[in-house]
Design a protein around this ligand. Structure first.
Ligand SMILES: Nc1ncnc2c1ncn2[C@@H]1O[C@H](COP(=O)(O)OP(=O)(O)OP(=O)(O)O)[C@@H](O)[C@H]1O
Length: 323
């Protein structure tokens, strides 16, 4: 089996803020197999975007040097590999409206990325951009080269950004909620496009979303983050069918598609400057036990390639307690 394209271990990200030190990620581990599709889910403020930023080497000002390791193609981005990883990791951002430079033509924006990171002449690059525009199904690729961002629809702009992410033939594509700013029909089309590209090009994908429906349609595996820590991970189907961590169970129960409980999870995600002691979910947990506020629970391996950070997980205690 080939080594994973991305292997994050023990990642700690802290930031100095006016309100004190924000502990944004703590001991986060995540692996993307070559050709694998891995989702990251969790409520707003759980650290999903920060994880992507750490991998892309674009943490905001105020961030301390991250601890842990981010092995990309076997070499540690945090140690010495950041520069050579640039261009080998494609990024699809959240908002197609904000992510393109309004004053440059579409073709020129992608040419510039290729000029910096990909070998070949300008003519080679232009040919490759036209191929990419066809691959992302932009209408009239020749004309699209000369258009400015405002001349594309929202869905077309997202296609443009996917083309930009693929410009340098990346080993890994990371996507930060790439469909949230789009209407439902366009969202479906973009997800279908991504699924197609993953299969046709053998892409490895790390995909952030807060939508379980989107997750299930794109990702074979999932990591659930809560307050900067991994709550559980495993094959998407298994995690959705038999969630183990009380957080995952509650998150799924209040998802509109499942609608067993539309009241939501009581309380809110803690501020990163005021993380609870022990298990960070304990103030909101319906099955809290006396040890929970004391010791952070380790991520325990379960059968079927799963892991959960709760000793009182669903398979460990009677159904009566989890409800
Ligand atoms: N530059 C920053 N300075 C201080 N705190 C920050 C900074 N960026 C993020 N945070 C804090 O880190 C935590 C995680 O934020 P992050 O944006 O990574 O979460 P997220 O899960 O991606 O949320 P969303 O789904 O809303 O994008 C939050 O508590 C946030 O307030």
């Amino acid at each position: 089996m080939s080594p994973p394209v991305l292997q994050v271990e023990g990642l700690v990200v802290r930031m100095r803020t006016e309100g004190g030190v924000a502990e944004i990620l703590d001991d986060v581990a995540i692996t993307v197999p070559r050709g694998g599709t891995v989702g990251v889910v969790g409520e707003s403020g759980c650290g999903k975007s920060t994880l992507l930023r750490a991998i892309l080497g674009i943490l905001p000002k105020g961030a301390e040097t991250p601890r842990g390791s981010i092995l990309f193609e076997g070499r540690d981005i945090l140690a010495d590999h950041a520069e050579s990883a640039r261009g080998r990791i494609g990024f699809v951002p959240q908002d197609p409206y904000l992510s393109l430079n309004p004053v440059f033509r579409a073709g020129d924006q992608i040419l510039e990325i290729m000029r910096r990171h990909a070998p070949g002449s300008r003519a080679d690059h232009r040919r490759r951009i036209l191929d990419l525009f066809r691959a992302v199904q932009l209408p009239d690729p020749e004309a699209a080269l000369r258009k400015f961002p405002h001349q594309f629809s929202g869905g077309q702009r997202q296609r443009l950004l996917i083309a930009a992410a693929l410009a340098c033939d990346p080993a890994l594509v990371v996507a930060d909620e790439p469909t949230t700013a789009l209407d439902v029909t366009t969202q479906r089309e973009i997800l279908a496009l991504l699924r197609g590209l993953v299969v046709e090009r053998g892409l490895s994908l790390l995909f952030v979303t807060h939508d379980f429906g989107v997750l299930a349609s794109v990702c074979a595996e999932v990591t659930v983050l809560y307050a900067g820590r991994v709550a559980e991970n495993g094959p998407t189907r298994a995690v959705l069918d038999t969630p183990q961590h009380p957080y995952t169970r509650m998150l799924l129960a209040c998802h509109p598609d499942r609608a067993t409980d539309l009241t939501g999870i009581p309380g809110t995600v803690p501020a990163a400057t005021a993380q609870p002691s022990g298990c960070r979910f304990h103030p909101r947990c319906p099955i809290i036990r006396s040890g929970c506020p004391v010791e952070p629970p380790p991520l325990e391996a379960l059968p079927g390639g799963r892991a959960v950070a709760c000793p009182w997980h669903a398979d460990a205690i009677p159904e009566a307690v989890h409800g």
